[in-house]
Design a protein around this ligand. Structure first.
Ligand SMILES: NC(=O)c1ccc[n+]([C@@H]2O[C@H](COP(=O)([O-])OP(=O)(O)OC[C@H]3O[C@@H](n4cnc5c(N)ncnc54)[C@H](O)[C@@H]3O)[C@@H](O)[C@H]2O)c1
Length: 446
């Protein structure tokens, strides 16, 4: 989209105008009061499925954020993660309007619109930021178009579908000076931060080995004998496919289960892996490993609708020799760090260590401290105002996604791949190198 009219966002306009008439302007707080319209962030939601039920209530907690539009290619329907969920643009629009009606003590409220085409949200001058909660194959195209339209972006994890996606997202976000927060909320958790600070400050002695866990698949595939199904009423399937290849419709391809189809996601490697490996990356300095190999991964049969690993198992090696073993594990998500002086595990929302006292070690004022964010959504809103990077900006989200994608490539090819982490290129393996990017189906482009 070349929406020049939308390039300057409402917030940029206010900021630029204030700057133009700045000195010696003193703006009284009654003008830019805490919740004055100029101080409020108007948010558009793109993708009204399973995760929107988690994200919307988080946005609602912030008085200075107003959800003004929701968008989904699905009008309304069931069949998401949980059969009880009735989701899509109309139910989520009603959910938002009911929330604001209750909040403002009115009988009804109609301030939140619903649309099927996200370009309508991007074209709105009153929208400051968008939350992208669509399947992964849309993240890069939508992020780039949102950045060009002057919107800040909260993009769900995994940030990208391919390594190239992430590189293009960095270019767009930085070119248009947008704020992007990757929606992998574990970086806004005091316990995770403490675990990572313990590792970074050498409490384990010399770090030797890391394990990261991803949950087993939580849906069974319809198998290789699957048959196409009629597209449900009110669902724009071609728009759902977007930049992904054309394919016959099946329910298990789309709602929630898209994460088990390689054309739209990377399976649990990128789904839970983005959380677990994101912690690993935070603890080790956010530089990706340089070597990846399969460690006994298992995959669906040929012709199956699901095409992501049924068992994740890969090893990676950091430049300093530390080994990372990422694998399917009932613990769900988390990581274990082993060093010369002990171990530390972060899983099931608690930290365990050996010796037991290690986990309670206090980090001194002069030691390495990590970015403090107590709430991922609040951190994003604060950064929209300050124009600073949040706890998980585009480069960080990209590197964690990249690690997961490289693990998938090694597992798919069942051979060791070497990676130049500075150039972000696979070395000496043309077939593997081609897997860093995929063609986008037109008219969609970066
Ligand atoms: N941070 C977390 O802990 C967490 C948890 C779950 C999911 N997620 C992420 O959230 C994203 C969505 O996952 P989900 O479980 O909600 O999937 P879902 O299938 O339940 O919902 C996705 C919605 O996006 C809609 N959509 C698809 N293409 C669209 C388009 N072009 N325009 C507008 N809407 C479109 C779909 O119709 C669907 O309603 C994924 O990237 C996933 O990894 C993050």
């Amino acid at each position: 989209m070349n929406n020049k009219t939308a390039v300057t966002s409402r917030r940029d306009f206010i900021r630029n105008t204030a700057a133009a008439i700045a000195a010696p302007l003193i703006v009284p707080s009654s003008v830019f009061g805490r919740n004055a319209p100029s101080n409020r962030i108007n948010l558009g939601i793109i993708g009204c499925g399973n995760q929107s039920t988690v994200d919307l209530p988080e946005w609602f907690k912030n008085d200075d954020c107003q959800v003004v539009a929701v968008c989904d290619v699905n009008r309304a329907g069931r069949g998401y993660k949980d059969e009880k969920q009735f989701l899509g643009r109309e139910p989520q629009r009603d959910f938002v309007n009911q929330f604001y009606a209750k909040k403002t003590g009115r009988d009804s409220y109609t301030g939140c619109d619903a649309c099927a085409d996200f370009r309508e949200v991007l074209a709105r001058q009153d929208v400051d930021a968008v939350a992208i909660i669509t399947p992964d194959h849309w993240h890069a195209v939508m992020t780039n178009m949102a950045a060009e339209a002057g919107k800040d972006i909260y993009c769900q994890k995994p940030l990208s579908l391919t390594v190239r996606d992430g590189q293009e997202m960095i270019k767009a976000v930085r070119k248009h000076r947008r704020v992007l927060q990757t929606g992998s909320q574990w970086r806004s958790n005091a316990m995770t931060r403490h675990a990572c600070e313990l590792v970074r400050n050498g409490r384990l002695g010399k770090l030797q080995r890391i394990e990261s866990f991803v949950a087993p698949n939580n849906f069974t595939s319809p198998g290789p004998g699957w048959q196409p199904m009629p597209v449900p009423d009110g669902f724009d399937y071609d728009f759902w496919l977007g930049p992904a290849p054309k394919a016959p419709y099946h329910h298990d391809r789309c709602f929630y289960r898209f994460r088990f189809v390689m054309d739209y996601s990377g399976g649990q490697t990128t789904n839970f892996g983005h959380h677990s490996n994101g912690i690993v990356q935070w603890a080790t300095g956010d530089v990706v490993p340089v070597e990846y190999e399969d460690a006994g991964s298992e995959w669906p049969a040929k012709g199956d609708l699901f095409t992501t690993p049924t068992k994740v198992a890969f090893r990676a090696r950091y430049a300093n020799g530390v080994e990372l073993y990422c694998h399917t594990d009932k613990r769900g998500s988390g990581a274990r760090f082993e060093g010369s002086d002990g171990w530390l595990e972060f899983a099931s929302r608690k930290i365990e260590s050996h010796p037991a006292s290690l986990k309670d070690s206090v980090i001194g004022a002069n030691e390495q401290r990590l970015y403090v964010s107590e709430n991922h959504y609040r951190n994003f809103l604060d950064c929209v105002k300050s124009r600073k990077d949040g706890v998980e900006p585009v480069e960080i989200g990209h590197r964690t996604s990249m690690l997961c994608h490289l693990g998938n490539i090694a597992m798919q090819l069942k051979r060791t791949i070497k990676f130049d982490s500075k150039l972000e290129q696979i070395v000496g393996d043309d077939e593997a190198a081609r897997m860093l990017s995929r063609p986008l189906r037109g008219p969609w482009k970066y």
